[in-house]
Write a protein that binds this ligand. Structure first.
Ligand code: GSH
Length: 182
């Protein structure tokens, strides 16, 4: 069974949400980061940087939430993807994990970056329900999880981006999201 190592209110939620969507049995191992459980030798063997999320699938260990999402999609997503389709999923996963997360969470550049990211995203989501079109995909986990952190953690005013507000609401109503991102 896949082991998912996480901490309270950590990015392990993103991976947990996807494991729930895929309906894969998994064991969630909650590390007490306040006492440094993530810095103990046994965990550092899995992730030398001492960060969560990290998974172990059989004897294969993997860290970085984006890499884990793409691995799970490739192994358990049930679809044969072309190189281009796989690249598009990587594009959105890296966008969520890096460009979007930086734009949202780095306070110093937020005022400048946020409109540049949110306006095109709002436009895209006003045309179709999900990032890739009418079908939910791992791209929605990667991008949606970062967007969901806005109402959860930052309380930014999203009134100018109604399609994003609807998207966040729709994703938050998914049973898997409720378990993963809670
Ligand atoms: N880019 C990484 C970020 C991992 C990360 O920074 N995780 C935090 C929790 S959200 C952590 O483990 N922090 C512990 C530490 O830095 O000591 C990912 O998406 O997996």
């Amino acid at each position: 069974m896949i082991k998912l190592y996480g901490g309270a209110r950590s990015r392990a939620s993103i991976v947990r949400w996807y494991l729930e969507e895929l309906k894969i049995p998994y064991e969630f191992i909650l590390l007490d980061m306040s006492t440094g459980e993530h810095l103990q030798p046994d965990f550092l063997k899995l992730n030398p940087f001492g960060k969560v999320p990290t998974i172990v699938d059989g004897d294969f260990a993997l860290f970085e939430s984006g890499a884990i999402l793409l691995y799970l999609n490739q192994k358990y997503g049930g679809k044969e993807l072309s190189i281009e389709q796989q690249a598009i999923l990587s594009q959105w996963t890296l966008f969520g994990n890096s460009t979007l997360a930086t734009g949202i969470f780095v306070e110093a550049s937020r005022a400048k970056e946020l409109p540049k990211l949110m306006a095109p995203l709002n436009e895209l989501l006003s045309k179709h329900a999900y990032i890739l079109g009418d079908e939910f995909s791992v791209a929605d986990i990667a991008v949606g999880s970062i967007l969901i952190y806005i109402p959860l953690m930052l309380k930014l005013d999203l009134a100018a981006y109604p399609a994003i507000v609807n998207y966040i609401q729709a994703l938050s109503n998914r049973p898997a999201c409720k378990v993963g991102m809670s």
